[in-house]
Design a protein around this ligand. Structure first.
Ligand SMILES: C[S@@+](CC[C@H](N)C(=O)[O-])C[C@H]1O[C@@H](n2cnc3c(N)ncnc32)[C@H](O)[C@@H]1O
Length: 368
């Protein structure tokens, strides 16, 4: 089934529809080597998608939904507005940096390399300020004492994570999901004599919910009419409780909806001033919960998913953490289920358990 809506924005995938890369560490969308896989499953460089060479449209190319000149002027990624480069912030010595780096890694798998010291320093300095503390050592005592850690860890996770996201972030993934993967899985379920007529999707590392709600809209718009007897459940999780709170409200600003096809914006949102308010039917299909991807006991409780999106988070982990997280995601999938990771990410050297499946301009990992 051809999707006109996807055709419309398939071509706006280059720099024009991407957020301005953040010089502060950004997220996967600002990484320099976008992922595509060769037929051998080894990542290789795509010729055009997502590259800077794609920033201006060539004569004869399909019209973009957006006027590129607007992007740098109107949309400033929230990550650029944070004050990581505050020159008045206290400085960490090497030993203190290593202590915090190891602590953060052990807690959530996020790996701050030596060249990201200024980021960790700037972000943790915000917590010192919040507690009126004057030294990093005092804050370290706070987070490593079990009594106070329980209260403080969510705030630490809040400052060390990067939450960049937006609706319809990687259209080829949603196109593959809607046109091939969901129909394939649903038809297989239909063919089972006593199969449960339920499909479960997990947006792992959902940030403020745009990815999960994009899938919810696609299901309402494209899938439910074809498979009316099915129940659809989308679980969206993150380690950052503040973004989960925001997700639950379903209220967004223009920054989040900038890549949204107009039809979806008109149909599933109401606008009040500068706010875009998501309709209850889209919100009701999504359940939010706090899950630390690096916490194996919690991960083992996440089971029976048909599709998992774990996008633009593996990039913050080192190989060992990626291997642990991906092994748990594999276990969380049903047989025949699919895993999507971010456009700039790869499972090369991380897992051989999946079968690589190619779709137009994207790939997915299938559990056979
Ligand atoms: C860049 S956002 C990606 C959002 C969305 N998946 C997308 O691709 O647009 C990365 C998210 O991963 C979350 N994250 C980082 N480490 C995590 C962990 N150990 N467990 C769960 N979520 C984590 C962050 O809080 C952040 O919201």
């Amino acid at each position: 089934m051809a999707s006109e809506l996807f055709d419309k924005f398939r071509f706006s995938q280059g720099a024009a529809s991407r957020p301005t890369p953040s010089p502060l560490g950004g997220d996967a969308s600002s990484a320099p080597a976008p992922q595509q896989a060769s037929s051998s499953g080894t990542p290789s460089q795509p010729s055009t998608q997502g590259s800077d060479a794609n920033a201006s449209s060539s004569p004869g190319s399909a019209p973009s939904m957006f006027d590129k000149s607007q992007f740098g002027q109107i949309f400033i990624p929230p990550s650029l507005l944070t004050s990581d480069l505050n020159s008045n912030a206290p400085k960490m010595d090497e030993a203190t940096f290593k202590k915090f780096r190891d602590f953060v890694y052990e807690q959530c798998g996020i790996s701050f390399t030596e060249n990201k010291k200024y980021l960790l320093e700037g972000r943790i300095a915000k917590r010192l300020e919040a507690h009126n503390l004057t030294s990093f050592d005092e804050y370290f005592r706070l987070i490593s004492s079990s009594a106070s850690a329980r209260d403080e860890l969510p705030s630490l996770f809040e400052v060390v994570t990067i939450n960049e996201t937006y609706f319809f972030r990687n259209p080829p993934q949603f196109e593959a999901l809607e046109q091939v993967i969901l129909p394939e899985i649903l038809k297989a379920k239909q063919a089972l004599p006593s199969g449960a007529k339920k499909l479960r999707i997990w947006s792992a590392a959902s940030s403020s919910g745009e990815e999960a709600y994009t899938m919810s809209m696609l299901i309402l718009e494209r899938i439910k009419p074809q498979f009316p007897g099915f129940q659809f459940e989308i679980v969206a999780s993150d380690i950052n409780t503040a973004v989960l709170e925001k997700a639950r409200t379903g209220v967004y600003k223009e920054y989040s909806v900038r890549n949204m096809p107009q039809h979806y914006l008109n149909k599933y949102f109401t606008q009040e001033g500068d706010k875009y308010i998501l309709s209850p039917e889209v919100r009701n299909q999504v359940k939010f919960m706090c899950v630390n991807l690096y916490d194996t006991p919690t991960m083992r409780s996440m089971t029976s998913f048909d599709v998992i999106f774990c996008c633009n988070v593996l990039i913050y982990f080192d190989t060992q953490a990626k291997q642990q997280v991906v092994a748990n995601l594999y276990d969380a999938l049903n047989k025949g289920g699919y895993l999507f990771i971010g456009y700039s990410e790869s499972l090369h050297g991380v897992s051989k358990a999946f079968k690589l499946v190619h779709f137009p301009k994207t790939i997915a990992y299938k559990k056979e």
